[in-house]
Design a binder for this molecule. Structure first.
Ligand code: SF4
Length: 436
C-alpha cells in the first residue's frame, strides 16, 4: 500500500499517552506521516479509556462524529484501548463503519492490521485478546518521556474497571526497560516517568535474580547520566515500602514527589473499596515520607460519593486532607462501572449530594494547596520549561521536581531546558517567578 497519513486521539491515563506515542513511532517507522488535522487523515485511531463514564460518553460522541464524517469522505476508523476492550460488540453494532477494533492487548500488531484495512480483503476487523506485548519505544526523543514498566492490575478495588480491561499484572523485562532508558538517556530527554497501574508490584525473575520495584528504581537511578529527573506513577499505598523511600532519599535524580492515591478518608469506605489499608496506616506512611524526604510533595486521588458514604465519612476525608497536607489532589465523584463488584451495590448517594460533597472537598484542597504554594514564595526552584503560556506568548510554563506548575517570562529557546526561577508570586494555584 502507499503509506498515508494517520491521526490519533488519546483519552485517559498516561499509559494511553505512552502507548499512543509508541504507535506513532511505529507507524512513522513504516512510512506513515502524522496528519495535521483529522480531516486529512487516511486513518483515524481513537485510543480510549473506560475508567469513568464521562470518558466513555465523550468517546461515543467522537464515534458519532466520525460515523457522520465517513459519509462525506473515505478514511479508515480504528478504535483501541480499554473501552474498545470492554464494549467491542456494542461498538460494532452501533457504529458498523468502524474498520478495526483492538482492545488493550495486541497494540504492537495494530500497524499490521491497520495497513490490511486498506486492502480489498481486510481479513480481520477485531484483534483478539492475547498476551500483552510492550512496545519497545514510547517517546520520540522529546525532553520528557514515559517508560511503561508493567501493565494491568491484580488489586480489584471494588470500584475499578482496570483489572477487567487491562488484565492481570505483567512486568516488562528489565533488559527492555534498560534498553529504552539507555536510548532516551543518550538523546535530549531530561525527565522520565516509570509507568504502571501499580509500579510497586513490579517483579521479574531472571535466572536466579529477582528484580522488584525498589531494585529496579535504584538500578535505573544509578544507570542514567544525562536524564536529571526520574518519577514513577502510580503507587498503591499498601505497597509503597520504606525501601523505596530510602532509595529516593539516597538518589537525588529521583524526584521528591510521590503520588499516593488515598481515595477516601473513612476506614468503612476504604474497606468497601477493598483498598487494604486504613486511614491510620496511610497517615503513618505519609508521615514517614515527609520525615525522610526534604520538601517532598505528596499528591493524591480522592473518590467521593461511593455507595454507603455518609456525612461522617466525608468529615473523615476532610480531616485526612488537613492532616496529610497534600500539595494537590485529583478529585472526582463515583460512577458505577458495570462488571465491578461495587456495581452490584447500585448508586445510592444522590447526584446532587455527590456534587455538593465533592465541591466541599475541592474547596478544602484548594486552600491547602494555596497555603503550601505561598510558602514557596522567595525560593529559587529548578524548573523544566515545557511550553509557551497560552495566555501570554512572552511567558513559559514549566514544572518543578515537586510537580508545581510555574509561569515565568522566557523565550521558546528555553523549552526543554532546566531554568532556575525565583518564585515571586502565586496566581490561582500557579507559581509565578523570574529566571535568575
Ligand atoms: S490499584 Fe485499584 S484503583 Fe488502581 S488500577 Fe488497580 S484496581 Fe484500579
Amino acid at each position: 500500500m502507499n503509506k498515508k497519513e494517520f491521526w490519533i486521539e488519546t483519552y485517559g491515563c498516561q499509559m494511553n499517552d505512552a502507548e499512543s506515542e509508541a504507535l506513532k513511532i511505529t507507524l512513522k517507522a513504516r512510512g506513515w506521516r502524522e496528519a495535521l488535522t483529522p480531516d486529512s487523515a487516511d486513518a483515524v485511531i481513537l485510543n480510549t479509556c473506560s475508567v469513568r463514564q464521562t470518558a466513555e460518553n465523550r468517546l461515543w460522541g467522537r464515534l458519532g462524529f466520525y460515523k457522520h464524517a465517513k459519509k462525506e469522505r473515505e478514511f479508515k476508523l480504528t478504535v483501541i484501548g480499554c473501552m474498545a476492550e470492554r464494549l467491542k460488540d456494542k461498538m460494532f453494532s452501533r457504529v458498523p463503519e468502524i474498520d478495526l477494533i483492538a482492545g488493550s492487548f495486541q497494540k504492537t500488531r495494530i500497524a499490521d492490521y491497520l495497513e490490511k484495512t486498506f486492502s480489498a480483503d481486510p481479513e480481520i476487523k477485531l484483534i483478539g485478546q492475547e498476551e500483552y506485548e510492550f512496545f519497545t519505544r514510547h517517546s520520540n526523543n522529546d525532553f520528557k518521556a514515559f517508560v511503561p514498566i508493567m501493565h494491568g492490575c491484580n488489586n480489584f478495588c471494588t470500584y475499578c474497571i482496570v483489572p477487567y480491561v487491562r488484565g492481570r499484572e505483567i512486568s516488562r523485562s528489565f533488559k527492555d526497560i534498560y534498553n529504552e532508558i539507555d536510548s532516551l538517556d543518550s538523546g535530549n530527554v531530561k525527565e522520565i516517568t516509570l509507568l504502571g497501574q501499580n509500579v510497586n508490584s513490579y517483579t521479574i525473575q531472571a535466572g536466579s535474580r529477582n528484580m522488584d520495584f525498589p531494585a529496579l528504581l535504584e538500578s535505573v537511578a544509578k544507570r542514567v547520566t544525562n536524564i536529571e529527573w526520574i518519577r514513577f506513577l502510580t503507587s498503591h499505598p499498601k505497597d509503597l515500602s520504606d525501601r523505596v523511600i530510602g532509595i529516593i532519599k539516597d538518589n537525588p535524580v529521583l524526584c521528591n514527589h510521590i503520588h499516593l492515591p488515598v481515595q477516601h478518608g473513612s476506614n468503612k469506605i476504604l474497606k468497601l473499596m477493598k483498598r487494604n489499608y486504613t486511614r491510620e496506616s496511610y497517615l503513618k506512611l505519609a508521615e514517614r515520607i515527609r520525615k525522610n524526604l526534604d520538601n517532598v510533595s505528596l499528591t493524591t486521588d480522592i473518590l467521593i460519593g461511593f455507595p454507603g458514604e455518609t456525612e461522617e465519612d466525608v468529615k473523615y476525608t476532610m480531616d485526612l486532607i488537613k492532616e496529610a497536607e497534600y500539595e494537590d489532589a485529583f478529585t472526582y465523584y463515583y460512577n458505577p462501572r458495570e462488571g465491578t463488584k461495587a456495581y452490584e451495590w447500585g448508586d445510592p448517594v444522590p447526584q446532587d449530594t455527590k456534587i455538593e460533597r465533592l465541591n466541599r472537598i475541592i474547596e478544602l484542597q484548594r486552600s491547602v494547596t494555596r497555603k503550601k504554594r505561598l510558602n514557596k514564595i522567595g525560593r529559587t526552584m529548578k524548573v523544566l520549561a515545557e511550553k509557551r503560556s497560552k495566555k501570554n506568548k512572552l511567558e513559559l510554563l514549566g514544572r518543578t521536581e515537586f510537580d508545581d506548575m510555574v509561569v515565568f517570562p522566557g523565550s521558546a529557546d528555553s523549552i526543554g531546558k532546566f531554568i532556575n526561577v525565583r518564585i515571586e508570586d502565586i496566581s490561582g494555584d500557579t507559581l509565578r517567578g523570574k529566571e535568575l
